[in-house]
Design a protein around this ligand. Structure first.
Ligand code: ADP
Length: 167
């Protein structure tokens, strides 16, 4: 059977935490579709196309992984694709409540959609896009947290947002 999973998120921007989940998730299925949610466009630092481009470059060498945009409901996207499950990452207990609620709601919307969680690796368990943005905005080194291709624009935008000007 051709097993397909969907890994949804905002990825604003992609971090090594996301990439760890993608690498490990890809080993469990034949096809892993990373679904970039575009509905939170307004609050995101990067446009959906930028988030997709950063991800595509980051996953280029991982077999069986593709990156798509997702406009509507996750359960609809999963069904249209004929995917077998949704993949999500769990960091600390703090992720649990929100993830638990979303998995439950998605199951209510479509009982056939199962959510599978991978616990984050030790190296990436404290990593979040939000913190990476904050650190970059204050001139910190984020090279251990996010791909090199993301960094220049991330620094520029966050510094502009925080009124710190160019690095
Ligand atoms: P969302 O806005 O849906 O939370 P994110 O892009 O922040 O999207 O995250 C997508 C998924 O990746 C979520 O399941 C989140 O818990 C998981 N994730 C994010 N960072 C990490 C990390 N460092 N380790 C493991 N999972 C992570």
């Amino acid at each position: 059977m051709n097993r397909i999973a969907v890994y949804p998120g905002t990825f604003d921007p992609v971090t090594f935490g996301h990439l760890d989940i993608i690498r490990r998730g890809a080993l469990l299925v034949d096809r892993l579709v990373v679904a970039v949610a575009v509905n939170s466009e307004k609050q995101s630092l990067f446009t959906s196309q930028e988030r997709i481009d950063f991800l595509r470059e980051a996953v280029r060498s991982i077999p069986g992984v593709e990156v798509c945009r997702m406009d509507g409901l996750l359960v609809d996207f999963v069904q249209q694709l004929g995917a077998h499950f949704v993949l999500r990452g769990l960091r600390a207990v703090s992720d649990f409540e929100n993830e638990f609620q979303m998995a439950g709601m998605n199951r209510k919307l479509n009982p056939e959609v199962e959510t599978v969680f991978l616990v984050s690796g030790e190296e990436t368990m404290f990593l979040s896009s939000r913190l990476v943005k904050e650190i970059a905005g204050m001139g910190g080194d984020v090279s251990r947290f996010t791909p090199a291709s993301v960094i220049p624009e991330l620094r520029r935008r966050m510094m502009a947002r925080l009124g710190r000007g160019q690095a």
